[in-house]
Design a protein around this ligand. Structure first.
Ligand code: F6R
Length: 242
């Protein structure tokens, strides 16, 4: 696990952009795993800016998002489909048919999970997975207790996660109670993982992660089982870490 310490959120986003652009520009074909949430927003803005200024192409990129709420129409302003379109996909030249997000509206949700795993495998697996972390240590929507070998699955969202995400909705009642997420096993199968951690709110989770104790009650600790993880974190997030 490599830790890159930077000053603040802006620098995290610059560093993440630099790493992503390096892979995007050098690979002949690239499968990216992408995340939603607040953390990657500025990174996506920088990628869009780069695309506009330098015409970096995404024609050879395929993307798989980590998760999606169950029951929200794709066009709902709070769906992760909408989030990704708004922050990234509408502004770069990635072909629409190369964009994948879990299907939160499938009649057969179990089948949707199996299909998503197959799609990832059919594309040769994820080359680089971008991650944020929840203050309870969740990655994707894998809440504490999720088995480390889990594949894409349906989850009941923890109350703390619904509360944290309520800021995007009019009220907490509107936050869906379930989501479909890549599993911890799916995440660990990525060839490379880039975890971004910003701000005081994440400092305890980051300190716990860096204690290196692997514990299924702290999902992010599964990353210690992966050989190629880079964490980019700012001073506020690293305040409890030497
Ligand atoms: C997002 C995701 C989540 C977030 C995490 C942190 O697709 O899977 O695990 O990465 O909840 O969210 P933010 O970045 O909003 O603090």
């Amino acid at each position: 696990m490599q830790i890159i310490r930077v000053e603040d959120y802006e620098d995290i986003s610059k560093k993440a952009t630099e790493i992503l652009l390096d892979r995007i520009r050098t690979a002949e074909k690239l499968v990216l795993g992408l995340a939603t949430g607040s953390t990657p927003v500025l990174t996506y803005q920088y990628l869009v800016k780069d695309h506009q200024e330098n015409q970096t192409s995404y024609q050879h990129v395929t993307s798989f998002n980590l998760d999606e709420y169950i029951g929200l129409p794709v066009e709902d302003p709070n769906s992760y489909h909408t989030f990704m379109d708004h922050h990234l996909f509408n502004h770069i030249d990635i072909p629409r048919e190369q964009i994948f997000l879990p299907n939160g509206l499938a009649d057969n949700q179990q089948q949707a999970c199996i299909d998503y795993e197959k799609q990832i495998q059919n594309h040769g697996g994820i080359d680089l997975q971008l991650l944020g972390i929840g203050s309870n240590g969740h990655i994707g929507f894998n809440e504490p207790g999720t088995p480390f070998d889990s594949a894409t699955h349906i989850v009941d969202l923890a109350e703390s996660t619904r509360k944290a995400n309520a800021r995007f909705f009019d009220s907490i009642e509107e936050v869906p109670k379930q989501a479909i997420t890549m599993g911890i096993g799916s995440i660990l199968r990525s060839k490379e993982i880039l975890l971004l951690v910003s701000g005081e709110k994440k400092s305890k989770a980051l300190a716990r992660l860096l204690e290196k104790q692997v514990d299924s009650q702290f999902p992010a600790s599964a990353l210690h089982h992966h050989a190629h993880v880079t964490i980019v974190a700012d001073k506020a997030a690293l305040q409890y870490t030497n």
